[in-house]
Every structure is written in structure tokens, then in C-alpha cells.
Write a protein that binds this ligand. Structure first.
Ligand SMILES: Cc1cc2nc3c(=O)[nH]c(=O)nc-3n(C[C@H](O)[C@H](O)[C@H](O)COP(=O)(O)OP(=O)(O)OC[C@H]3O[C@@H](n4cnc5c(N)ncnc54)[C@H](O)[C@@H]3O)c2cc1C
Length: 227
């Protein structure tokens, strides 16, 4: 098998794309969002699986994030209690996305010129095709074919591959097609999440010192906040 199509060009699609390209497969990622992804403004902890993945595949020699030292809680009066000392790497969705894109197809992040495309002997081709929505798919003997809508021109084409990977998130059309009776259906989980970000320069030094190297939890009746 040499030709691979991946539906969905976010974190899962990119991680699988990197592994397959490094193993010699030609990979085309089909992503319905066009152009650069909008900032998710989301801070995330890079857990062991992500760090292990990057140790094997990341060829960009830049730090991934900032170290966090403690999990702590804070009460209404601002009293801080450390409840776990655990070193973790705190990064953001955008940093991880751009790191993966650099490793997959050499996309440079907005503010820094990364080495263009990491290529080597035995590697396959890597294409990140944005503005392309997969609308249906079929298997024929040992091939799979997908109908792809170009969201700019509203035209449809067919593409064939030896392998199709569904990395298209919680509303996956790949899962709906191949596992139609799947019990996995997105449903309201019973809570609302708000996410926000503040510029470091807008926050006082005293406040920054509390939050800067620690993940902070606030427990309130029926709700909680993570900073
Ligand atoms: C508010 C919020 C906070 C989170 N916080 C954290 C955190 O702190 N730490 C952490 O590790 N994780 C966090 N996550 C989870 C993390 O963002 C997800 O696990 C991760 O983004 C999943 O990546 P994915 O590539 O599997 O799916 P997604 O990111 O959902 O990507 C699916 C992609 O497929 C594309 N797509 C869908 N259908 C089609 C189609 N038919 N054709 C073409 N493309 C298609 C979509 O446009 C999308 O780009 C958070 C998620 C949310 C919503």
C-alpha cells in the first residue's frame, strides 16, 4: 500500500500523516477548513503520549512549551494550596498544530521561519489539502474511493487510495459510513465550557507569579475553573 488519504487535518490526522510519510507512504490529508486554522487560543498539557511521539518524530529543535511544576488550588480569598508536585510541559493547541504541520509538510508558523519541509531518503510525499470536504466514500476490492467537494469552487471530484484514515473528529463521516450502527454519537454532556485567554502584559506581576508555572484549580459548587 502506497497511497493514503486522511480525512481531517487536525492533530490526529497530522500525527498519523507524519508516521506514514516517514514510513514511505504518499499521504494526502483532506481538510474542510480552508487556509490557516483559526487560533484555538487553547492551552493544553502535552502528556506522555504526545511527548513520546515528538521524541520519535519531531525534527524541529525548538522548545514545545513551558514547564509547569505544581497543581494547586486557590480559594476565594486567594489562598493557594499545592496538592500535587508534578512536572509537565504546558503548551497550546496552536503551537502543537504548527509543530506537526512543519514536520508533515513544512508549513512555516506565522512568526518564525522553520526549515521548509523535512524530507529524507525513503520518505513519501506529504500534501495538506485544505478547503476539501469529503462527502462520501466506497471500497472497491483493495481500493477505497472518496468523493471530495472543493468548498471554494463547489465542484466535486473522486480520489482513490490504498488506505483511508478517518481523523475527522467527533462528527466523523468516516465512522458514520463504515460503522453506521455505532453507539458513539455526539450528545450534550450536561455542562458548558467557557474558554478565554489574557495577554501576559495585561496581568499584574503578582498575579502572574501565582499562575505562571502552575496549573490552578478553583472548586465552586456545580462548577470549576482551570487556569
Ligand atoms: C474546548 C476544548 C478544550 C480542550 N482542551 C484540551 C486540553 O487541554 N488538552 C488536550 O490534550 N486536549 C484538549 N481538547 C481536546 C483536543 O482538542 C482534541 O482531542 C483534539 O483536537 C482532537 O483532534 P482530532 O484531530 O482527533 O479532531 P479535531 O480537532 O476535531 O479535527 C477533526 C478535523 O476534521 C475535519 N473534518 C471533519 N469532517 C470532515 C470532512 N467531512 N472532510 C474533511 N475534513 C473534515 C475538521 O474540520 C477538523 O479539522 C480540548 C477540546 C476542546 C473542544
Amino acid at each position: 500500500m502506497k497511497e493514503v488519504l486522511i480525512v481531517g487535518g487536525s492533530l490526529t490526522g497530522l500525527m498519523h500523516g507524519i508516521m506514514l510519510v516517514r514510513s514511505g507512504y504518499n499521504v494526502r490529508i483532506l481538510e474542510q477548513d480552508s487556509g490557516s486554522p483559526q487560533s484555538h487560543m487553547a492551552g493544553i498539557a502535552a502528556a506522555k503520549d504526545v511527548l513520546d511521539f515528538l521524541k520519535r518524530f519531531d525534527q524541529v529543535e525548538q522548545p514545545l512549551g513551558i514547564p509547569s511544576e505544581c497543581l494547586q488550588s486557590m480559594d476565594r480569598d486567594g489562598r493557594v494550596t499545592v496538592f500535587l508536585k508534578a512536572k509537565r510541559v504546558m503548551t497550546s493547541w496552536d503551537v502543537l498544530y504548527h509543530r506537526l504541520r512543519t514536520n508533515f509538510d513544512g508549513l512555516a508558523s506565522v512568526d518564525r521561519a522553520h526549515p521548509p519541509g523535512i524530507r529524507g531518503v525513503g520518505m513519501g510525499n506529504a500534501i495538506h489539502d485544505s478547503g476539501k470536504q469529503v462527502v462520501s466514500m466506497n471500497t472497491h476490492e483493495d481500493k477505497v474511493s472518496v468523493r471530495v467537494r472543493d468548498l471554494t469552487t463547489q465542484t466535486e471530484t473522486s480520489m482513490n487510495a490504498d488506505l483511508l484514515l478517518g481523523a475527522d473528529g467527533s462528527h466523523s463521516i468516516v465512522r458514520r459510513t463504515f460503522v453506521p450502527d455505532s453507539e458513539i454519537r455526539p450528545a450534550y454532556a450536561g455542562y458548558v465550557a467557557w474558554r478565554g485567554a489574557a495577554k501576559e502584559s495585561d496581568v499584574s506581576l503578582a498575579t502572574r507569579r501565582i499562575f505562571q508555572k502552575n496549573v490552578t484549580y478553583f472548586q465552586l459548587p456545580g462548577e470549576h475553573i482551570i487556569v
